[in-house]
Design a protein. Structure first.
Lengths: 317, 245
């Protein structure tokens, strides 16, 4: 389940050049075991300059563990992790990675504005404060103490902390968790603007629509393994099942499941839905069969359905 | 580093535990004890009560300033996950430790001066300019080991236990070091233990200078030995403490 993109040579120390040619992140044979629990069972992943990658997976799939290792906060049990050709901690100390975790408080006792001053003081080329405040939408809370913010406001401060040093690579773990619908939309609008300047972004989310709208590439993990990797289009084409739905008067609707291409079927009252690998073949066979049907509807694969199927299959393996 | 220290200082100024316990409490104790014993007659060659108690309470406040900026706050920052988030920024764990210790030391100075000023204002304590400068400077240097001791406590405790453990040890070390009962009237066994502690020697620096005597080599050796021990223990604990969960 590798992508078909050509693999770039390991000229990893430079982040410049043609987008899509430089490897920014590389994980090789990475596993992580906590006691008897194997949280990550073997991940190989390369992310290239300029890509916007969504890491998707059900809770407990290993998303956060993988991101935490990518940030050098956790060492893999086996395997190698590098960013820009060096250890993640070294890349962080060079201000090349900005990151946002889901958990953990920010410096309690200081005000948002003071916190931004502090974070900016650590970077050689920080974003101008006004720009940072605007992108992260913090204008109204600059004088509030950081430990007295709402969940959504805290997320915005975390985001500001991640981009303050104008890093080449942004790693975000569930950036819109704790945000309401409106702030989530505003967040992605700002993020779009920021990422358009040629940044590489890797974010974990469990909102499929965010991944679909924002990412150029999806990496789906389940049970500690990558089970699919590619653009939304790739993934739908490769793993998605288009649907045929129709109404039938047949006494045993399960007969339809025997048609060519059909992977699985559901029946609700007299309405049958067939998930097929090959729409054309299934439709032809349906027409040729003498089973009774009417009100045929054909729908292309949808990401949520595909995701659920994939994760289910990945879990069964 | 400068940015980090500035942020730590802002936190300290808003921390009621600093302002209250490092400044207000020692001033209160000074007013109480000096009011009771400050004017009693004293043998020739010994310090008047109002000066002896001033030094003791200045050290008492200075020690707390060193401990509160380090111990309970490091423990809280470890449990709250702030230290974990701090690892996402280009600042080394060592720099933040040094930054904390420097902040602690910096905040000890106003705590020491506050009690001295109270002595001057309320009890008319009079010392030569030289005695004030050298005395305050040496008392300040004397409490430095406690900034490192606080780091050790921050590593050994967690958010729930840090405050209690720090406060408990602080009281014991202060009492044994002669900060509550003048060494002259302390039971001999207690004083023998006290003379091994940095709290006693930090105060002794102040007592000697205000009594026109030079500090002793023992003062320096004991204080530096504790400083070294605390640094070594902190360095041993640091890798373990860096794993915040």
């Amino acid at each position: 389940m590798e992508t078909t993109t050509s693999v770039a040579p390991s000229q990893a120390q430079s982040g410049v050049g043609e987008p899509g040619t430089d490897v920014v992140i590389r994980l090789r044979g990475v596993t992580k075991r906590y006691g008897t629990v194997q949280a990550v069972k073997g991940i190989d992943l390369e992310i290239r300059h300029g890509e916007i990658v969504a890491l998707l997976g059900p809770n407990g799939a290993g998303k956060t563990t993988a991101l935490t290792m990518l940030l050098g906060l956790l060492l893999p049990t086996t395997g190698e992790v590098s960013a820009f050709g060096v250890a993640p901690a070294a890349a962080i100390s060079q201000s090349r990675i900005g990151a946002m975790l889901q958990e953990g408080k920010l410096m309690p006792g200081v005000k948002v504005g003071e916190f931004l001053d502090f974070v900016r003081s650590l970077h050689p080329r920080p974003l101008p404060k006004a720009e940072l405040v605007e992108i992260a939408d913090l204008g109204e809370v600059l004088n509030r103490r950081i430990d007295r913010l709402s969940g959504g406001q805290t997320q915005r401060v975390r985001f500001a902390m991640a981009i303050a040093g104008d890093p080449e690579l942004l790693i975000l773990d569930e950036p819109t968790a704790a945000m309401d619908v409106e702030s989530r939309r505003a967040f992605w609008a700002n993020m779009h603007r920021y990422a358009a300047q040629g940044h590489t972004v890797l974010f974990a989310t469990h909102y499929l629509e965010e991944a679909e709208a924002f990412a150029s590439r999806l990496v789906i993990i389940a049970q500690g393994r990558i089970i699919a990797d590619g653009t939304v289009h790739d993934i739908l084409e490769r793993y998605g099942s288009p649907r045929l739905a129709f109404t039938t008067t047949a006494p045993s609707p399960s007969d339809f499941a025997q048609l060519p291409g059909v992977q699985r079927s559901t029946v609700q009252d007299d309405r049958v839905t067939l998930y097929t690998r090959d729409t054309d073949a299934t439709v032809r066979a349906l027409v040729a069969s003498n089973l009774p049907w009417h009100a045929l509807e054909v729908a292309t694969a949808d990401l949520e359905e595909t995701f659920i199927t994939l994760v289910h299959q990945g879990g069964v393996q | 580093m400068k940015g980090y220290i500035r942020a730590e200082m802002l936190r300290t100024l808003r921390d009621p535990f600093y302002v209250f316990q490092a400044i207000v409490v020692p001033i209160g104790f000074y007013l109480l004890f000096a009011g009771l014993y400050g004017s009693s007659p004293h043998a020739p060659g010994t310090l008047p009560g109002k000066v002896e108690i001033m030094v003791a309470q200045a050290i008492f406040g200075g020690i707390w300033a060193c401990l509160i900026v380090t111990g309970p706050r490091i423990a809280a920052d470890r449990s709250s996950g702030w230290l974990r988030n701090l690892q996402l920024l280009p600042v080394s764990p060592w720099a933040t430790l040094v930054g904390r210790a420097l902040t602690a030391i910096l905040f000890a100075l106003p705590a020491i001066c506050a009690v001295c000023l109270t002595g001057v204002i309320t009890h008319g304590v009079q010392l030569s300019t030289g005695q004030w400068i050298v005395g305050i400077l040496l008392m300040w240097l004397g409490v430095w080991p406690f900034a490192v001791f606080g780091i050790v406590l921050g590593y050994l405790t967690n958010a729930d236990t840090a405050y209690g453990v720090t406060t408990g040890l602080y009281f014991v070390i202060s009492a044994l070091g002669g900060l509550w009962i003048p060494p002259a009237i302390m039971p001999e066994g207690m004083l023998a233990i006290g003379k091994l502690l940095p709290s006693y020697h930090a105060a002794d620096l102040g007592w000697l200078v205000t009594n026109n005597q030079p500090p002793t080599v023992t003062n320096a050796i004991v204080l530096m030995a504790w400083m070294l021990v605390f640094i070594l223990v902190a360095a041993l604990l640091a890798p373990r403490a860096a794993r915040t969960r």
